[in-house]
Design a binder for this molecule. Structure first.
Ligand SMILES: [Mg+2]
Length: 167
């Protein structure tokens, strides 16, 4: 994959990998539901990209709706389900802070992406993509110079995957 045109894939979580819940947070595995065909998309993308990194705002932690440990357990189960279909996630970065906290990590800020670049200095920005469903994802991706793609319930991660493998 040395000459691959796809290096690193940054994925937002809620609304990209799993369905968002109306007006509340996904607190545990019982409340977690993959988006349609997201698992097969991640399997395909795992073969295409050198690494897949999730960057997710989770201010429910600072609101006391779930603990950091709840989130870590949820993510372990999510990763196991992805691995069972042959996909992989290299690392998950989450921001537990409140919107009003003025941290550097909550998207649209770029702290999580910058931390990923520190941890994986081989990341090639120009060959890397960020996929998100919120304006804050799009701002964060564009600020970092990533190829930035907006998805939603109509044009999903799977639809984008189909599009890039067709080319
Ligand atoms: Mg989202």
């Amino acid at each position: 994959m040395e000459n691959s045109s796809f290096d690193t894939l940054f994925l937002d979580r809620d609304g990209v990998i799993n369905k968002k819940l109306e007006g509340r947070y996904v607190r545990n595995w019982q409340e977690f539901e993959f988006m349609p065909q997201a698992l097969i998309a991640i399997k395909i993308l795992s073969q295409l990209f050198n690494r897949i990194i999730i960057i997710t705002n989770q201010q429910g932690i600072s609101k006391g709706i779930m603990s950091e440990n709840d989130l870590i357990i949820l993510h372990q189960t999510m990763i196991e389900n992805i691995q069972q279909v042959g996909g992989k996630i290299d690392k998950i970065y989450f921001c537990p802070h409140l919107e009003k906290s003025k941290c550097n990590c909550r998207k649209p800020k770029t702290g999580m992406i910058e931390n990923a670049i520190k941890d994986f200095p081989e990341i090639r920005i120009k060959k890397s993509y960020l996929i998100g469903d919120s304006p804050s994802d799009i701002v964060a991706g564009k600020t970092m110079g990533l190829n930035t793609i907006k998805v939603d319930n109509i044009f999903t991660l799977y639809n984008w995957t189909e599009q890039i493998i067709a080319h």
